[in-house]
Design a protein around this ligand. Structure first.
Ligand SMILES: [Zn+2]
Length: 329
């Protein structure tokens, strides 16, 4: 990295909108060191997804909260962008939680506020398959349900970021119609660059930007290309979205998990309902770009003609702007 870009990186707010760690109370959260070593300021950690029972989501949330709150010298459980700013000033790592799919609500709207009170600041609607709230991207999407509409309104009311990743096309458009606050795709790539059912189409990208929202680019090789995590490939995705929306609507949700004793391929193969055949999920040795790719990415962004302000936006300021509105604080 050039000296100027190195300084920009060191001073920047670095926001990762979604971790891809398999959620479980047994996870050793010392793996968060990986993000901190790469200069991340904030990470949203997934505590559950529709593949799990809702009780397991609650147990994971309880375990992560306890672990993080027991280490106030290292971490801030952030409820607001002010908390994130304070954490940066104090040299700490700011964290909050997300949940991938509304099965975690167990059909109960009251749970939205309860999760919010426990530190969840971002929720997705459906995880690949349809549920009571809406349609999934690998399913016959039936659109946002009445319950899903009520959830959007409740999320807007309590101050939780509305996240369209993993939902079906029609459901995402319904969600963006319903939400009165900016909406994100925390970890989704443009389908025009790599045609995958988990990726999103131009109308979804435009609609998200029209809410004032942000698309977080995903670092998983099978969503970027043919298991391809080259810097040039990420830049192709980034430039494509930027050409559609302008640079103010892009960030990163790497969906990354540091190497664990878990074989991601084995997990994916165990639930062909959630990760169906024909979508590269059976790829051997799925590659994954994480925050360690940021230094070469920053250089490549500058080489592609993006300004320092654009780059600071991609690294975190764009997500910060959306969170400030969605979280109300
Ligand atoms: Zn995901």
């Amino acid at each position: 990295m050039g000296e100027q870009m190195q300084q920009l990186y060191a001073d920047a707010l670095v926001w990762d909108a979604h971790a891809g760690v398999f959620p479980s109370p047994q996870v050793d959260l010392n793996l968060l060191d990986h993000w901190q070593q790469q200069g991340a300021s904030y990470l949203s950690i997934n505590v559950g997804f529709d593949v799990m029972d809702w009780q397991d989501t609650l147990a994971t949330l309880a375990a992560y909260r306890r672990w993080i709150l027991a280490r106030p010298e290292r971490f801030v459980l952030a409820g607001s962008t002010a908390d994130i700013d304070r954490a940066r000033t104090e040299g700490k790592f700011a964290l909050s939680f997300d949940i991938e799919g509304m099965n975690a609500l167990n059909g109960n709207l009251d749970m939205v506020g309860t999760y919010h009170a426990l530190g969840v600041r971002q929720m997705l609607f459906a995880y690949n398959l349809n549920n009571a709230a809406g349609g999934g991207c690998h399913d016959e999407d039936h659109g946002l349900t009445e319950f899903g509409c009520a959830v959007v309104r409740e999320m807007n009311r309590v101050g939780m970021l509305v996240d369209c990743s993993h939902a079906g096309h029609r459901t995402t458009l319904d969600i963006m119609q319903e939400s009165t606050r900016p909406v994100v795709f925390s970890h989704s790539n443009p389908a025009a660059v790599w045609n995958h059912q988990r990726n999103i189409h131009d109308d979804q990208i435009r609609a998200c930007a029209a809410t004032g929202g942000v698309i977080g680019l995903n670092g998983m090789g099978i969503f970027l290309g043919d298991n391809d995590i080259a810097v040039d490939t990420l830049i192709r995705h980034l430039s494509y979205v930027s050409d559609l929306t302008g640079p103010q609507h892009i960030g990163f949700g790497f969906d990354y998990s540091p190497a664990l004793d878990i074989d991601i391929g084995e997990i994916l193969a165990s639930r062909p309902d959630f990760w169906p055949d024909g979508h590269q999920y059976d790829t051997r040795g799925i590659k994954h770009a994480g925050p360690e790719l940021l230094p070469p990415l920053i250089d490549a962004m500058a080489d592609s003609g993006f300004s320092d302000d654009d780059i600071r936006g991609f690294l975190g300021e764009n997500f910060r702007r959306v969170a400030a509105k969605a979280w109300h604080v």
